[in-house]
Design a binder for this molecule. Sequence first.
Ligand code: PAF
Length: 281
Amino acid sequence: MQTVERVAEVRAAVAKARAGGARIGFVPTMGFLHEGHLALVDEAKRRAQFVVLSIFVNPLQVAPTEDLARYPRDAVGDAAKSAGRGVDLLFIPGVDEMYPRERRVEVVPRSLHTRWEGAVRPGHFAGVLTVVAKLLNIVQPDVTVFGQKDVQQATLIRAMVDDLDFASEIVVAPTTREADGVAMSSRNSYLSPTDRGHATVLSRALFAMRDAFRHGERRVESLLSTGRAVIDTERTVAIDYLAVTDAATLEPAEDADEHSIAMVAARVGPTRLIDNVILGQ
Ligand code: PAF
């Protein structure tokens, strides 16, 4: 695995791989890699012969109230995990490489961003889209893999790629879960052992909603009551939102169908977690 910090080095390595006939796969991350990220690498490797993984903690998508310096990092571990999983090129740019001058242009969503995560993190998705647009232009991949866990992010990135004619195919890979169902996330590292136990209530709620759907329930209110009843068994977990949404618009669904997404965000102790399932899968 080659590790580079400069845009020009990425372009040179990718051009060489492409000249050799390789399809280019790309997994953008903010590092502190866990099995969920590595499953995205596996997916990229199934679809491409040369896989680039980027690690960049993007200041544009982190609110001033969130501490950038507190974001978990593990440069040595990340490099070892990337190499072990077959990443060909690790791109670790510094902030000055990604944002060398005051920005005059950014990518701002027009829809899909006001509810859910967008409602609690103003400007977050403009930060995500701006950095993903830059990364796609730097790497110029044939296929880029994102995780289903951040479904609103994935939906907005698809929209950006469609609306602005980016060339990369976008693949959204299923959420990787711990044995007890908890969705893998860098944020799980903030959970105390007790809160980690309580966190299972979120996936259990979503699975109960999916089970009800499989048994024929299509009424959203009923599905939501099923999910709420599970979460309410854990008094220390505070729901931020629990919703059944249309897969394309992420607006609340009127009646559930197989593409509808059950989404949850909740505070488990001081840590805010999100998760979702596609009801028909
Ligand atoms: O999902 C993430 O880790 C980030 O939002 C992404 C897509 C790498 C952009 O910074």
